[in-house]
Design a protein around this ligand. Structure first.
Ligand SMILES: [Cu+2]
Length: 205
């Protein structure tokens, strides 16, 4: 068939006429879907107090949020000996100290356990209380340290620093909190992955 100018105009007109009902039926379809989506919210069974159902749902949600915020703070660990595992995979993700945040009393001892290999525990320079002794454990070895100086200590695993394998210990009161928060901004730049862990851990104190 020879396609002339006149013919092609007719074809265009035909396409337009055919497509118009499709556009309209598409709109109708969308309207039907929207109506179906909004329907469950309008369902009100006989005997139910529909006017009060919304506020009743909002109350437990608010309580749950408050409970999460309250339980997010770390409580003082009981006893004078505390164990922190060095793990390839923990509840908080890959390459973690567990627990990553701990509150202890002055004079307590922390036992770092080489549960998985190729980790160590090293105190971060400038992120431990003034006058406190720094530490650096051997790779893949258990290590214990007694903390006699009050304040917040931040420590890391050297091989997995970029993955934010870090931990926080608060001994007694958080007397150096301002210094730690100020130093944390610079330290965070060393954490290539999971850098949000630092703020998250410090917010639990
Ligand atoms: Cu590690």
């Amino acid at each position: 068939m020879q396609l002339t100018f006149q013919n092609s105009n007719k074809i265009l007109l035909l396409i337009f006429m055919l497509s118009t009902p499709l556009i309209w039926s598409g709109d109708k379809y969308n309207a039907r879907v929207e109506a179906n989506i909004s329907m469950p919210q309008q369902i009100c069974l006989e005997g139910e107090n529909c006017g009060q159902s919304a506020p009743e749902m909002a109350t437990p949600m608010t309580t749950t949020t408050q409970q999460i915020v309250a339980s997010d703070k770390i409580k003082l660990s009981e006893g004078s000996e505390h164990e922190i595992k060095m793990l390839n995979m923990g509840t908080d993700g890959a390459m973690v100290f567990e627990p990553a945040v701990i509150k202890v009393s002055v004079g307590d001892t922390i036992h770092f356990k080489a549960t998985d290999a190729a980790h160590n525990s090293v105190s971060v320079e400038g992120m431990i209380p003034a006058g406190a002794a720094s530490w650096a454990s051997q790779l893949s070895q258990d290590f214990s340290i007694t903390l006699d100086t009050e304040g917040i200590y931040v420590y890391q695993c050297d091989p997995h620093l970029v993955m934010a394998m870090i931990g926080v210990i608060q001994v007694g009161d958080a007397v150096n909190q301002a210094e730690i928060l100020s130093a944390s901004q610079n330290y965070k730049s060393k954490l290539m992955m999971n850098s949000e862990r630092l703020d998250k851990y410090l917010s639990k104190l």
